[in-house]
Design a protein around this ligand. Structure first.
Ligand code: PMV
Length: 324
């Protein structure tokens, strides 16, 4: 049986997408930019099946099979894709999996929706005998399944503004992302709900005024390899997004005590001035610390010394690593 496969990476935003002007299309209220996380990937495989009335999903046999399934959003997005191709009556078997643990609190929606879009495109292009569409078109399709997934189509740095999704010019060094796992519990507020709730934060209006200037400064800083400016912008934007959460009605909060401990570690590291990670946090408690790859060994030692033996099972704050 012919199988179509795609594997796409995750990404981490330094200027965050938070808030939507159209929730059904994942149209973002503001522009965002991100770095690709090449080592955190999802894989999706698709097969045509003739003996089933509905599409089915199975976990892929990876090191980290998805125990709880992929959720309705995944299959209903696939349904939308096949309907748009005129293939609504055809049933498919979809397998998917991640190469990173699902209990580590790392969102996999960006990599999994990007992989689903890509695998479906390969499959439909062959079945319908048409060419595969370009990355911009595919990124915009993927965006309608999961907003942040559109940025996984362009790396290592990607800019998403409206329907423009592009690779950014970059002289940034290769970075290693250390993801400090500060809580693996189920999110009390999903990112979809966060996108809705932030609309009523009194800080939203002024954030939207600041974003265009911030995006312009990051474009220039990334293009020039101005690491310190990127680091400062990422810090400001991370705090601003979390402040939206804290000031919306009803307010909500993702930080855990470990999140604060890691942020204090960052503040100390910056003060010492030898290793200055770029720090950012998505809609969850985990902290991403990005450091030039050539400093990764030294940084790992510092992390282990300060926050505990994070690579070991049962460590107080575990961490995972990905290259850009
Ligand atoms: O793509 P979604 O709906 O899961 O949105 C996620 C948004 C953040 O991760 C919080 C920020 C971002 O830009 O990735």
């Amino acid at each position: 049986m012919k199988t179509w496969q795609a594997s796409m990476p995750s990404n981490i935003a330094l200027i965050k997408y938070m808030g939507k002007t159209d929730h059904s299309q994942n149209a973002a209220t503001n522009g965002s930019c991100s770095m690709t996380l090449e080592s955190f990937r999802s894989t999706v495989e698709i097969e045509v099946v003739s003996d089933a009335a509905n599409d089915r999903w199975e976990p892929l046999a990876t090191d980290y099979p998805l125990p709880g399934g992929v959720g309705d959003r995944f299959l209903s997005f696939f349904h939308k894709l096949k309907t748009a191709e005129g293939l609504a009556d055809q049933s498919f078997l979809i397998r998917s999996g991640n190469n990173f643990p699902s209990d580590c609190g790392l969102a996999s929606s960006a990599s999994s929706f990007a992989s689903l879009t890509m695998a479906a495109e390969k499959c439909f292009a062959e079945l319908k005998e048409r060419p595969v569409r370009n990355a911009t078109e595919l990124a915009n399709i993927s965006r309608t399944g999961s907003g942040s997934s559109c940025r996984s189509f362009f790396g290592p740095w990607c800019l998403w503004e409206g329907e423009t999704i592009t690779q950014m010019e970059s002289k940034m060094p290769k970075l290693t992302d250390f993801v400090l796992v500060c809580g693996s519990g189920h999110k009390t507020v999903s990112s979809s709900e966060a996108h809705r709730r932030v609309a009523n934060s009194p800080l939203m209006e002024s954030r939207l005024e600041r974003i265009p200037g911030r995006l312009e400064r990051s474009k220039a800083a990334i293009a020039n390899g101005d690491y310190d400016t990127v680091r400062e912008i990422a810090w400001d934007d991370m705090w601003e997004m979390h402040s939206l959460f804290h000031t919306s009605q009803p307010p909500f909060f993702y930080f855990s005590p470990e999140t604060i401990a890691v942020l204090q570690f960052v503040e100390q590291a910056w003060k010492r001035g030898e290793l200055k990670p770029i720090a950012t946090i998505d809609a969850g408690p985990n902290v991403h610390l990005l450091i030039p790859a050539e400093q990764a060994d030294e940084f790992r030692s510092l992390l282990d010394k300060t926050l505990g033996e994070g690579r070991k099972e049962g460590a107080p704050i575990r961490y995972l690593e990905s290259e850009s």
